[in-house]
Design a protein around this ligand. Structure first.
Ligand code: FES
Length: 103
C-alpha cells in the first residue's frame, strides 16, 4: 500500500528560514513561511489587492506586502498593519518524512 502523497507541498529542506516560498496546490497559491524549524502556510494573495505576497518581506512572524506595506501575522493571518483590512486565510501544515504537508 502506498502512502497518500496528495497533500505534499514541498520538501522541508527546500525552505529557508525567513524566505517565503509560493507553492501551488489544487490551483491555489499558498505561501509557505519557515521560521526556524516551524512552517506556516497562508494565502499567497494579499487581501488588499491582487499581488503575490511571495514578493514581500518576512521578519520573524510579520509578513509585509511589497505593494502598499500591509503586514500580517503568518501564525494567525491577522492584519497587523493597514491598508489591508481583511485577514489572510491560514492553512494547517505538518512535516511528514521531510515533506511539508497540508493537514
Ligand atoms: S496590495 Fe498588499 S497592501 Fe496593498
Amino acid at each position: 500500500m502506498t502512502a497518500d502523497t496528495s497533500h505534499r507541498l514541498i520538501p522541508f529542506s527546500e525552505l529557508q528560514s525567513g524566505k517565503p516560498r509560493r507553492v501551488e496546490h489544487q490551483g491555489k497559491g499558498i505561501l509557505l513561511c519557515r521560521v526556524d524549524e516551524s512552517v506556516y502556510a497562508v494565502d499567497d494573495t494579499c487581501t488588499h489587492e491582487d499581488i503575490s505576497l511571495s514578493l514581500g518581506a518576512l521578519c520573524e512572524y510579520r509578513l509585509r506586502c511589497p505593494l502598499h506595506g500591509s503586514e500580517f501575522d503568518i501564525r494567525t493571518g491577522v492584519v497587523l498593519d493597514e491598508p489591508a483590512e481583511k485577514d489572510l486565510a491560514v492553512y494547517p501544515v505538518e512535516i511528514v518524512s521531510d515533506w511539508v504537508c497540508l493537514k
